[in-house]
Design a binder for this molecule. Structure first.
Ligand SMILES: Cc1ncc(C[n+]2csc(CCOP(=O)(O)OP(=O)(O)O)c2C)c(N)n1
Ligand code: SF4
Length: 341
């Protein structure tokens, strides 16, 4: 008698390839790679059904290191390739990985359309506020004043906020985490994976060589309690050591305000509750910046909506059922043609 043993559970290591990882020692990308591999193991994902698609950049080397299918495509075009993969094979889990330059500069247009169409992809944007691979030019997320080889006097462009961009183009899932939050990141990625539609996750990532410490004002241990707020649906927006601070909604000015519990008669009842289905609240959270506000991390916004590939296939099925048999000759002869004499 043949006794079938249950399939072995995969571990994070099973999602790692034998490729030599070519990131600088200490790069935040290593921690994100580990976080993604852990997440896939926890989700019991099937490597045969998983695809990583990337453009060009340091972050975009990601598919080489994942023991799954993968495409290393061209700069800024990964959302287009990933959309094609998902449309052709809707049963695949498709992840898109890229840097802030790849996804918001040359690829901004492609990222916008994947998000607004709500293609069922997990889009991971590694934001290091710089171009890493091409040696440290400023990027569309760089802060004003960033001195780089392409801005020796300091950049003068207003930076784009990745999360606000995704919210603005109608994204149905927008979340944020950081390379050093090894527990938080997999939780956010799991939520992204489960969301049907485009899940956009901005991951703050330290480029130790060209922009070291870009996020230390909210990620360093000494300040993280005061400068980070981890939002959770249905929970009060509390932060700080001992959760002694919170956010209230100033309804007259339509903005969030930082308060301290116990001061000026503020109690827990005054604190705003996070509602991840409220796009307005998510936008206010995405706008917050130190030193006046903490940085909001976690799922800022999530809303169920029809996923693009489902709608496309439903439309094709319907048209096939309802329509006449496709006849190319009839189409060509239908009259709207002319002859140049
Ligand atoms: C069409 C085209 N233009 C420019 C480049 C050069 N290039 C390669 S990666 C890159 C930017 C990388 O920065 P980012 O996307 O932020 O990723 P990181 O390297 O920081 O992870 C640029 C400009 C290219 N490869 N192709
Ligand atoms: S240049 Fe920066 S982003 Fe690229 S591998 Fe090195 S540390 Fe990482």
């Amino acid at each position: 008698m043949n006794v079938q043993s249950p399939p072995e559970k995969l571990t994070a290591r099973d999602f790692a390839t034998d490729q030599e990882v070519r990131w600088c020692p200490g790069c935040g990308d290593y921690a994100i790679l580990k976080g993604v591999q852990n997440t896939l193991a926890q989700l019991e994902a099937d490597p045969k059904n998983t695809v990583f698609v990337s453009g060009i950049g340091c972050a975009a080397r990601f598919p080489y290191y994942m023991e799954t299918y993968g495409f290393h495509t061209i700069h800024g075009r990964s959302p287009a390739v990933a959309t094609g993969v998902k449309l052709a094979n809707p049963e695949l889990d498709v992840w898109v990985v890229g840097g802030d330059g790849d996804m918001l500069s040359i690829g901004g247009n492609h990222t916008m359309h994947a998000i607004r169409r709500n293609v069922d992809l997990q889009i991971l944007l590694f934001n290091n506020q710089i171009y890493g691979l091409t040696k440290g030019q400023y990027s569309p997320t760089s802060k004003i004043g960033t001195k780089s080889p392409s801005t020796p006097l300091g950049s003068i462009d207003n930076p784009v906020s990745a999360a606000q961009f995704a919210l603005g183009v109608g994204g149905t899932f927008i979340a944020r985490s950081s390379d050093i939050l090894q527990k938080h990141l997999p939780e956010v990625l799991k939520r992204a994976y489960k969301h049907k539609g485009a899940s956009f996750v901005e991951i703050f990532q330290n480029c130790i060589v060209y922009n070291d410490g870009a996020f230390k004002h909210f990620t360093e241990k000494s300040v993280q309690d005061e400068m980070q707020i981890h939002v959770e649906h249905g929970e009060p927006l509390l932060f700080g050591k001992d959760k002694s601070k919170g956010l209230i909604l100033n309804k007259e000015e339509m903005r969030l305000e930082v308060v301290t519990l116990g001061e000026d008669g503020i109690t827990l009842d005054d604190i705003a509750i996070h509602d991840e289905t409220n796009r307005g609240l998510a936008t206010m959270l995405a706008q917050m910046d130190p030193p006046d506000y903490p940085v909001a991390l976690g799922v800022l916004y999530a809303e169920p909506a029809a996923s693009y590939e489902v709608s496309v296939h439903a439309q094709i099925d319907q048209a096939t059922k309802d329509g006449d048999k496709a006849d190319l000759n009839k189409l060509l002869q239908r009259g709207q043609t002319w002859t140049v004499e």
